[in-house]
Design a protein around this ligand. Structure first.
Ligand code: HOZ
Length: 430
């Protein structure tokens, strides 16, 4: 029987010092002891909390740790890098190495700029798209979450949906006015919005697989229509691959679905667990960025040597022979096990997976957009989440988040996870 006594104590202290006791809302939950678990260390597929409990981890820091926690290659490289200094505020050869690896994997990009987070990547890409097109409006899709920049917190997924604030307070109406939201996968709505308003639309931004309301896949024809319309009306198409990058495939959703966007945003995996984001695209667009062009974007710690080192080593390891096959085999095994466990317990679920991202919804309806994702029974999900945690499996505490698998997850881990899921699915009905 797990206890969470120390986590509870830390939470009480944290709440007095930090809003909600957490430094990002998605970390807050009320299951088990009524508080989030406080973590002390992690290794491979496992994380360990302050009370001495261990968990097989499918959150993986919300995606980045595709090699697993504290991978020896990353740890050793970081130890050496730290000795050479942690930040110079000046260019380094490491930035060239990571940029080369990224551009090789994403041929849609001719140039890339490193930043510190996915939020920075998307807000910068949009600024560049606006500068390039000299237009102001941005089209986004309901439930897509592109970080917490003002104009993007409109009908946003992730914590914004979980905590019931998809349109955040504090965003001036004048900012939100420039954001047009459409239902994901709705080709008709897309066509009519673009045909009506193209003259003011700078860019369309989307998560090609929506990981911030679980795992919503693009329907056949949706991405192709985006390409067609954006080309026709000179609108910049931005793929936010912060989550899907190196996860749906090494070359992201754009490689998997064979779509060439004008700009791409990356984050998570390319930092190997350190804070990194990146945005890039065609040379003519990226030439808008200062100091070459007139669009200003900057960052003291951008491209810092530690983050670059972790990113380089992660991508090198990930591109090794047989790695993708192993990830796919284990992801498929988990998929099969979770679908089977739900079926055996008679719980209606819909399961979706794109590479190493996945989600089980507690619904019998197909999930293809925000509204259909919301048909999931979140009470059942919460019981399921608590059941999994109690049994030593850590999944995201919200229905509206994706699960992630890493190279460190073994078949034994997956078998244990599926057994825990079987029991937790049963409990979810009560
Ligand atoms: N995109 C992540 C959640 N869906 C970000 C994690 C966070 O908000 O802390």
């Amino acid at each position: 029987m797990k206890t969470y006594r120390k986590s509870k104590k830390f939470f009480e202290k944290a709440k007095a010092l930090i809003p909600g006791g957490v430094n990002s809302p998605v970390r807050a939950f009320k299951a088990v002891g009524g508080n989030p678990i406080f973590i002390t260390r992690a290794k491979g597929s496992k994380i360990y909390d302050v009370d001495g409990n261990s968990y097989i981890d499918y959150v993986l820091s919300w995606g980045p740790l595709i090699l697993g926690h504290a991978h020896p290659r990353i740890v050793n490289a970081l130890k050496k890098a730290v000795e050479r200094g942690t930040s110079y505020g000046a260019p380094t050869p490491l930035e060239i190495d990571l940029a080369s690896l990224v551009l090789k994997a994403y041929p849609s990009m001719d140039m890339v700029r490193m930043v510190n987070s996915g939020t920075e990547a998307t807000m910068s890409a949009i600024r560049v798209a606006r500068g390039f097109t000299k237009r102001d409006a941005v089209v986004k899709f309901e439930g897509c979450y592109h970080g917490h920049a003002d104009g993007l917190l409109v009908k946003a997924g992730s914590g914004a949906t979980t905590f019931g604030v998809p349109d955040s307070s504090g965003v001036p109406e004048s900012y939100a006015r420039n954001t047009i939201t459409l239902p994901f996968n709705d080709i008709g709505a897309l066509k009519s919005a673009i045909e009506k308003g193209w003259e003011s639309i700078a860019c369309i931004i989307l998560e090609p697989v929506v990981g911030n309301i679980g795992c919503v896949l693009p329907r056949p024809g949706f991405l192709e229509t985006l390409i067609e319309l954006t080309a026709k009306y000179d609108i910049v198409l931005i793929f936010d691959e912060v989550m899907t990058g190196f996860r749906v495939a090494y070359g992201g959703a754009q490689e998997y679905y064979k779509i060439t966007p004008d700009m791409t945003c990356l984050g998570k995996v390319i930092g190997g667990g350190l804070p990194v984001g990146a945005y890039g695209g065609k040379k003519e667009i990226m030439s808008m960025v200062s100091p070459v062009g007139p669009v200003y974007q900057a960052g003291t710690l951008s491209g810092n040597p530690l983050a670059m080192t972790a990113g380089i080593e992660t991508l090198k390891e990930l591109s090794g022979k047989g790695i993708n096959k192993k990830l796919e085999r284990h992801s498929a095994m988990l998929e099969e096990g979770l679908i089977d466990a739900a079926k055996k317990t008679g719980v209606s679920t819909k399961f979706y997976r794109a590479g190493t991202m996945f989600c089980s919804y507690f619904t019998d309806k197909e999930v293809y957009d925000y509204q259909t994702a919301k048909t999931s029974d979140t009470t059942k999900f919460s019981r399921f989440f608590s059941g999994m945690l109690k049994r030593g499996v850590n999944i995201a505490p919200s229905q509206f988040e994706a699960g992630f698998i890493s190279l460190a997850h073994t078949e034994k881990d997956i078998e244990k996870t599926v057994r825990a899921a079987y029991e937790s699915f049963k409990e979810s009905k009560k």
